[in-house]
Design a protein around this ligand. Structure first.
Ligand code: CA
Length: 225
């Protein structure tokens, strides 16, 4: 699950980022409204934490525009106590929730979890399943049900595997994988997708699973039995 934080107070943005990464979310950060809107419009995020008072373009304008563009991310607004009117405007323009500054980090995390749990029935389950594989999202442990063998999956491979398991038996393009796993600011050339896939395939094989991640010529990759 990928989250965008748009917040010009860098200290706050960085603390939120650290906390959410500890919760196993993939997090990108924008420190101004223009960059925030650009990233939000990529439509790769499951949730956006959006400050209202921002340089260049304010949070409510961003919210209005992404709703017009049918961006399907959940949006949590960050508002100062003095911006109660803004809060109401936020709901008019389609925010899903708001958190008033100053806030406890635990409260924000709880609200993020609630929004993402609501977003899709399967998406926030602790266990993802496909064929003979189960992936525990909390512990990053991959288990083969037939052999009962487990292996721990490192961060980047975990993100890859999670993405494949959410899109099982579908062809996923390299671009989609890069956007989702590395983020849209990425220099594609610098990432060795093939190498990560090969590490991941080996781990799947080691625990005795029948699942394969196949290359589909000119189109991308597909997870299948
Ligand atoms: Ca601000």
């Amino acid at each position: 699950m990928r989250i965008l934080i748009v917040e010009d107070e860098e200290t706050i943005a960085d603390i939120i980022t650290t906390k959410l990464r500890a919760e196993k979310y993939v997090v990108d950060t924008s420190y101004d409204g223009e960059d925030g809107l650009y990233k939000a419009n990529s439509n790769i995020y499951d949730l956006i934490i959006l400050d209202i008072m921002l340089p260049k373009i304010n949070g409510l304008e961003i919210l209005k525009e992404i709703k017009e563009n049918d961006i399907n991310a959940k949006v949590i607004l960050l508002t100062a106590k003095s911006e109660l009117d803004d809060k109401l405007k936020g709901f008019d323009t389609g925010a899903d929730d708001y958190v008033t500054k100053p806030f406890h980090m635990e409260e924000l995390i709880a609200r993020v979890n609630v929004q993402l749990r609501n977003k899709g029935k399967n998406k926030m389950k602790d266990i993802l399943e496909y064929s003979d594989l189960t992936l525990n999202i909390r512990t990053s442990t991959l288990t083969c049900k037939r052999t009962n063998e487990s292996i721990n999956i490192p961060y980047r491979e975990f993100l890859l595997l999670e993405y494949f398991m959410h899109n099982k038996e579908q062809i996923i393009s390299k671009e989609q994988i890069y956007d989702k796993v590395w983020g849209i600011d990425t220099d594609y050339e610098s990432n060795n997708l093939e190498a990560y896939l090969s590490f991941l395939r080996k781990k799947i094989k080691i625990i005795g699973s029948k699942v394969k991640i196949k290359a589909v010529r000119n189109l991308g990759y597909k997870m299948e039995e």
